[in-house]
Write a new protein. Sequence first.
Length: 537
Amino acid sequence: MKIEGNIVDVQNEKVFPGEIEIRGEKIFRVLKNNKKYKNFILPGLIDAHLHIESSLLSIPAFSKEAIKHGTTSVITDCHEIANVYGLKGVDFMMKASKLTPLKVYFSVPSCIPATPFEDTGIKIGPREIRSLMKRKKVVALGEMMNFLGVINEDKEVIEKIKIAKKFKKPIDGHAPLLSGKNLKKYISFGISTDHECTSFKEAKEKMRLGMKIMIREGSAAKNLKNLIGLNYDNCFLVSDDIEAKELVEEGHLDRILRKAIKLGVPLMKAIKMVTLNPALHYNLDSGVITPRKRADLIEIENLKDFKIKKVFIDGKLIFEKGKILFPLRQIKIGRNIKIKKKKAEDFIIPAQKTKVTVRVIKLIPNQILTKEKIVELKTKNGEVVADPKKDILKIVVLNRYGKEKIGKGFVSGFGLKKGAIASSISHDSHHLIAVGVDDESITKAVNLVIKNGGLALVNKKILNLKLPLGGLMSLKEANEVARELRNLIKEAKKLGSKLKNPFITLSFLALLVIPELKISDKGLFNVKKFKFEKLLI
């Protein structure tokens, strides 16, 4: 088979007219010619870091949508389902990856549980990591979120790193705001990437010390604009967490490419960050148009909007004229939500005074970082209550693994004036999480999620996007999930929310490795101090 067009040579950063001869699954030869073409041929796009579960889609459903946008390979850290099901969850994802032509590679979840400050009962230790490293599709040790464990040389954490080195696999990092001596020590253990940079200064320091920077442009955290001007030869463009709605409406890596170029990233550098750069780092047999490499290729109309005409994986045409040329096949796994039905009194925060001073989680727009805010709240009938007029809402986290623990607090930045929203997605342990103006609304939303999993909104309207796969993923196709999510967000805005997607913001408020103030099933947690804080001061 032959493909003709303007060939994008990412190695030499040039474009030339020519033809690509494919034999079997690989490129046999590339020949230049003097013909004039309107189309362009690129290596297939590679997302070097994402969590497919965060799309709310199964691997097969995600792949159908991602391929439409030119993605031919992804490296997924499936620590979301691993936190819910342990090794069983990883096995499920690997089996699901066989149902699609998309190249799905895995980085082994390194921090299950993410911290010792939550109760899950789920663990992936050195023994499991050693076993997973032997598997063919594993290309790295997943993001090492326990940066304090690395710095303090925790025995088990260091053992995991040693195992990855033994198998000659890269080690991905996760070190938000880490700097100075602690950063140097963290990197000294061989941790090679970071996707948590939110400022140019932070990224520059990490790059100077040898890290490759994953420039993240996901659904919750959008860091691209702040990281323009780095040495792009040591960068990747990644999505990390992208929900179905954004995937369907705006695209995948093609979306990030368009934005990067618009912000001033040179065309070839931008393309290399989603092709050659990740392929070299993770030792993938693709990412460049050259003989003996896998024939993972995309054909586009132009180098401006990256509109996809055709997609080839292993030399097979799998997308053409807007149509996916393979069927959707699915496998199932349960929800794993072990919570008894709740009553409003379960969420009471008692107080004896008429006014109390409380710690509040303050949202930062378009970031998963938060701040601590000290606020005075009124009490009613011996209970501390939310104050929607001041944008102070109640937030609760319920242990989903049968331990009947509830963390309670307050949050600022959602803007809800009535009702509540809830979710069985709360990174990384995925306890149930809810925000609302009163305990009655929170109770209704929580009970919906206990019953069905997924995302819920209650007021006059009651909506529930059901997620039967671990309480994280749907069995529906991307456009259906996107439509349901769109309706949820629309109704949330009617309740007063000014956030682009309040549900994905909600999902990160229990992530105890992202500064500053977060909440777990055990209560408020200060990430900078790495200790629990009292709600009432």
